[in-house]
Ligand binder design. Structure first.
Ligand code: ZN
Ligand code: MN
Length: 137
């Protein structure tokens, strides 16, 4: 991980244990929007003593610190994203794949919200990805 990034994490008062670093790096290197289970299974061989609770709690801390984002495409499990800039997602209902949508297209804030202050929004498109769509045909 880059030196300035490490400094930034430290400046947030985040204790950087080897496990935490590994979780962060895994998220940065895998744009698949993994779940806590996915991350746990991927890192387990390198950290045999790491528990699932550690992974889960670390993810919660990272979300709270704004270092990663939680994506709620499925109600049964949260998915995580190391890329916190404004972008949207497509969720395939069949293979559960989450695809980044980098469209800069602006949305109009609904009339119902005219008295509120909208600070962020996230669009989740649902459907079948190109591969799953082919299998359906
Ligand atoms: Zn699919
Ligand atoms: Mn994303």
């Amino acid at each position: 991980m880059k030196e300035n990034k490490l400094k930034f994490y430290k400046s947030l008062g985040l204790k950087l244990t080897p496990q935490r670093l590994a979780i962060l790096e895994y998220l940065e290197n895998n744009r698949t929007h993994p779940s806590a289970e996915d991350i746990y299974n991927a890192l387990k061989p390198n950290f045999p003593s790491m528990s699932f609770a550690t992974v889960y709690n670390t993810l919660e801390v990272l979300v709270k610190k704004g270092l990663i984002k939680e994506i709620n495409v499925e109600s049964i499990r949260k998915r995580f994203d190391a890329f916190t800039h404004l972008h949207h997602h497509f969720f395939c209902k069949k293979c559960k794949r989450v695809i980044d949508i980098e469209s800069k297209q602006d949305i109009t804030i609904p009339e119902e919200l005219k008295d509120c202050k909208v600070t962020e929004y996230q669009i989740i498109y649902l459907g079948f990805c190109s591969e799953c769509k082919k299998k359906e045909e």
